[in-house]
Design a protein around this ligand. Structure first.
Ligand code: 4NP
Length: 158
């Protein structure tokens, strides 16, 4: 059975498309792409149908990540069933997802990305949308670090 992982932020144009690409890159490096299904979504539909933010794309490509995803809103009727791990970027995302959960089993699938951090001591991935380039770099730093921890967690859980 493939491990199915969905990354979720607000707009699905900055943080979660990056998380999707970084985690796909890691899994690919491990030679395990076929064992995973990885996607991303937003808690809002503000940017539905749009590609990732151009600033986020240009920072990501410098590290070798091609952001190909197109923004879509989280679908509570489908996504809780279609994924095993639903990983929020910040507290607002987490709370919005919690409010969309249908039952306790759904909530068991919910995680914070920074719960898997190994080196960094942040408890959320800050929204880079209204800030400068340091914010986009920080997003990538946090995601690269937490992706390692998430990968280990999933492997351990079996
Ligand atoms: P994201 O960033 O949640 O990481 O995709 C944002 C994108 C858009 C907005 C806010 C955050 N917005 O307000 O439109």
């Amino acid at each position: 059975m493939k491990k199915r992982v969905l990354f979720v932020c607000l707009g699905n144009i900055c943080r979660s498309p990056s998380a999707e690409a970084v985690f796909k890159g890691l899994v690919n490096k491990k030679g395990e792409s076929k064992d995973f299904f990885i996607d991303s979504a937003g808690t809002s539909d503000y940017h539905e149908g749009e590609p990732a933010d151009e600033r986020m794309q240009s920072h990501a490509i410098k590290r070798g990540y091609n952001l190909t995803s197109v923004s879509r809103p989280f679908n509570p009727e489908k996504d809780w069933d279609d994924f095993d791990y639903i990983v929020a970027m910040d507290r607002d995302n987490y709370r919005d997802l919690e409010n969309m959960a249908r039952n306790k089993e759904d909530i068991k699938k919910l995680y914070m990305m920074t719960d898997f951090s190994k080196k960094f001591n942040y408890n959320f991935v800050p929204d880079p949308y209204y800030g400068g380039s340091e914010g986009f770099e920080l997003v990538l730093d946090l995601l690269e670090d937490a992706s390692e921890g998430l990968y280990e967690f999933i492997k351990q859980k079996g």
